[in-house]
Write a protein that binds this ligand. Sequence first.
Ligand code: ZN
Ligand code: FE
Length: 257
Amino acid sequence: MEIHRVAAFSDNYIFVLHDIAQGQAAVVDPGDAEPVLQTLKELGATLTAIFNTHHHSDHVGGNRQLLERFPQAQVYGGAEDRGRIPGQTHFLQEGDWVQICDRQAEVIFVPGHTYAHIAYYLAPATPNDWGELFCGDTLFAGGCGRLFEGTPQQMVESLGKLRQLPDTTRVWCAHEYTLSNLKFAVTVDGTNATLQQRLKQVQAARAQDQPTVPTELGLEKQTNPFLRWDQASLQQAMNSTSTVQTFARLRGKKDLF
Ligand code: ZN
Ligand code: FE
């Protein structure tokens, strides 16, 4: 299976997963159909499945148009998103397994950004291979999603589940927010040398318009403040003693950044 990163709108990424042997493809969070149809055409692939992480229009806005072209395609989303995802045929819950191309994916329930948000984790095909995480607007490179429909407590639990995945997991998040996220991160975790080094790399990449997605979960664990709510340095910086309060204050500061 090949993963193709397709840019959409000003800063969204849509992912086209291509099963070359079968000539079939799946798509994750098609906010816009046009760039997906273009990619499918270039690949000569038939769309068999749409996987949505949550109901926001920049993630599901292309569902209908894709279904017009590929009426047989199945549409997967969270059980609690019933009624909010156009064309949804499969209603997924924590711990469900779904076939994505030639891989098995585990469904992880990650409420916080929305109350129904799910992520898809593709375990490595072989022990030394990468795992792949499609996490929508829950975990970003260097940051996390805003809390539109959830509480800090929920988001800490959701990000905590993602943090338990292996370091060798590629994180395919849905927006190119990395530079702004890392600029914020250094204001709260300024003594973190790995973070400073990462900010420099990302500044150089973005100056040349290069994407910073996917990122690696191991690097996120070391540099993303929204996975580091239990680090003493961050708790101190947020003048907080509890993990949830540290997270809540970080998220509040980022909302104003
Ligand atoms: Zn969203
Ligand atoms: Fe989004």
